[in-house]
Write a protein that binds this ligand. Structure first.
Ligand code: HEC
Ligand code: HEC
Length: 538
């Protein structure tokens, strides 16, 4: 009996060391992580009693707390994470990344060195804040006690939490020095020296050369974060969060842990990553088409549309009609526009991990309803594509159905398959009823540093009259994600404002406002004089 327990302990330790080693093999060694592996090996030889002596006892909560956590878990978490915590709930197949398998004891967002368990606070934080842009929702409505009980329950899924490694070490995560441009500039070199671009791309848009091949420990493809959109970071977007992310790594995911010295270089890297993104997406409700008399040359790309960022709209998966895309590859599209007497041109730009320029795509391509929801392999069958849609007529009764229109109110669809680069127009009376339109748009598209830029140009009809607010909506297809037809990223209706070519001169209103102010001042002065005179004479 006793011999058996010892063997089990030793095997356990051997597995742990092997796991440490394989994890280590793919990431840069962080010193403390390495030491913990060595320590694990020593403890394995010395046996468990020493381990128990060396570490304080883990806090596993009381029976009641775990039980309270269990019922919350069954109510709120099991549909994704599974009744037995194996990450196989009913909703799991629709998600990438998949819900965590808690029996593995591997966690991404930790203040502990790579290879170690998270702290209770780490788990509590991720439950409260959720993991943005994944299936993991935030739970702000749960009380601190409820979250603590959930944490105690999650810890029952993996024996390591109650073993000698149940109290993990803490990684050193200092308070950040203040941000400086000079430090961010130096950080670019640190980014390059450490080859972050292999995965995150030169401009940080998540388009590195390894990006299409990356897999989580659990086997599914995972995209590198788009560092130009820090609001999508699963572990938080502060400079301290970024520091923690690359010093402790995201275990289970290909994102390694790094030990970057001297510490100034670590903060320089943080500042560089931080400088790549604005604070929030700053979504727009309308894009503006500006007047420019000269002819539109779509081949100029972005340069034809002047300086500055365009209007940015959120893209979400089409999940209403059959063909659904639960985790679309594209999450936002930037829009700029211009017009002259004869033409209107619209620029769409979006970040894409890889350009799929082989295969084909079309808005009316069938998607078998039984097809697996998100691909896990790398082979481009479907090309990337994009479309912009307008109501065919401006009707007082409201807008057409946003999924390619309806029988009563058709839409005009301008579509571009980015493999052929050809523009096509369709008239849509619903996604099951798309017919070829009369005039095809001219399209010019380029892909650079993880960004597609597509410019559509069309003859300008009466819909685009000066001063008009024209309803506009977008569709984006990511070929890597097997998107085509109804499986795509979509937006709701927004507006395209046709800014009048002759803006009313600001001089007259200014003079008028100035005149009024002067008049007001004079009358106040007059009133005071009058008052003074009357009080003196009284
Ligand atoms: C709608 C599905 C869904 C629900 C409901 C859900 N989760 Fe998750 N959860 C996920 C997904 C997906 C991930 C993986 C995200 C990733 O890897 O980026 C995740 C990851 C986690 C993680 C891992 C964090 C880490 O650092 O690796 C924890 C802990 C967690 N969930 C706890 C919970 C708890 C507790 C509940 C219930 C209160 C819950 N989840 C409910 C989908 C869900
Ligand atoms: C081997 C590929 C790879 C390399 C090299 C790599 N990363 Fe990552 N990184 C990823 C992946 C994949 C993710 C997304 C992981 C996830 O969501 O599970 C990620 C996520 C991130 C995030 C977002 C974290 C969050 O909370 O969502 C930051 C910041 C980051 N990496 C910074 C860096 C920096 C800085 C370097 C270089 C020092 C680097 N990465 C090197 C693959 C890589």
């Amino acid at each position: 009996m006793e011999g058996e327990t010892v063997i089990r302990n030793v095997t356990d330790i051997a597995i742990r060391v092997a796991a440490c080693r394989t994890r280590r093999a793919v990431r840069h060694f962080s010193r403390s992580g390495f030491l913990s592996c060595v320590l694990a090996a020593c403890l394995g030889v010395a046996g468990l009693p020493l381990a128990a002596w060396a570490q304080p006892a883990p806090d596993l909560g009381s029976e009641e707390q775990r039980e309270a956590g269990r019922s919350l878990y069954m109510d709120k978490c099991a549909q994704c994470h599974g009744d037995a915590g194996q990450g196989d709930g009913v909703a799991a197949p629709f998600m990438r990344p998949m819900p965590r398998d808690f029996t593995a004891g591997v966690y991404k967002v930790r203040t502990t060195p790579s290879g170690q368990l998270p702290t209770d606070d780490d788990l509590a934080r991720v439950i409260r804040d959720g993991m943005p842009y994944t299936g993991m929702p935030p739970w702000p409505q749960l009380s601190d006690d409820e979250i603590r009980n959930l944490v105690y329950y999650l810890k029952t899924f993996n024996a390591d939490f109650s073993g000698p490694y149940g109290v993990p070490d803490l990684a050193e995560i200092p308070d950040p020095p203040s941000f400086s441009e000079a430090s961010a500039e130096r950080g670019r070199a640190v980014y390059e020296e450490n080859q972050c671009f292999d995965c995150h791309g030169m401009a940080g848009r998540g388009d590195g050369s390894s990006a299409p091949t990356l897999q989580e420990q659990w086997g599914n493809h995972i995209r590198p974060a788009d560092l130009t959109k820090r609001w999508t970071f699963i572990g938080g977007a502060t400079r301290q969060d970024i520091y923690r992310t690359f010093t402790t790594g995201l275990d289970g995911s290909p994102m390694p842990s790094y030990s970057i010295t001297p510490i100034e270089d670590s903060w320089a890297l943080v500042d560089y990553v931080y400088s790549l993104s604005q604070d929030d997406p700053d979504y727009a409700t309308a894009a503006t088409a500006r007047y420019a008399a000269d002819p539109v040359d779509p081949a100029q790309g972005r340069a034809a549309f002047g300086e500055g960022r365009g209007a940015y709209f959120p893209v979400v998966g089409q999940v209403i009609e059959s063909g659904r895309s639960f985790m679309p590859g594209v999450d936002g599209v930037e829009v700029k526009a211009r017009y002259n007497a004869d033409e209107i041109a619209i620029m769409l730009a979006w970040h894409d991990m890889s350009a799929e320029t082989t295969g084909e795509n079309a808005p009316d391509m069938a998607v078998p309803p039984t097809e697996q929801v998100v691909r896990d392999t790398v082979a481009s069958v479907w090309s990337d594509a994009v479309a912009v849609q307008f109501p065919q007529e401006m009707a007082p009764e409201g807008l057409p159905y946003f999924l390619f229109g309806d029988a009563g109110q058709p839409v005009d669809l301008w579509f571009a398959d980015l493999a052929s680069g050809a523009g096509r127009s369709y008239v849509g009376r619903g996604s099951g009823n798309l017919i070829a339109g009369e005039t095809d748009p001219s399209v010019h598209a380029t892909y650079e540093d993880g960004e597609w830029t597509a410019v559509f140009a069309m003859p300008r009809d009466e819909r685009f009259a000066e001063g008009a607010f024209v309803p506009i909506a977008f569709s984006v297809w990511d070929g890597f994600n097997d998107e085509r037809g109804n499986r795509r990223g979509i937006t709701g209706w927004y507006y395209l404002y046709i800014e009048p070519s002759e803006r009313p001169s600001p001089v007259m209103p200014m003079l008028r406002a100035g005149g009024l102010t002067l008049l007001a001042l004079l009358s106040i002065v007059g009133l005071m004089r009058f008052r003074r005179r009357t009080s003196v004479s009284a």
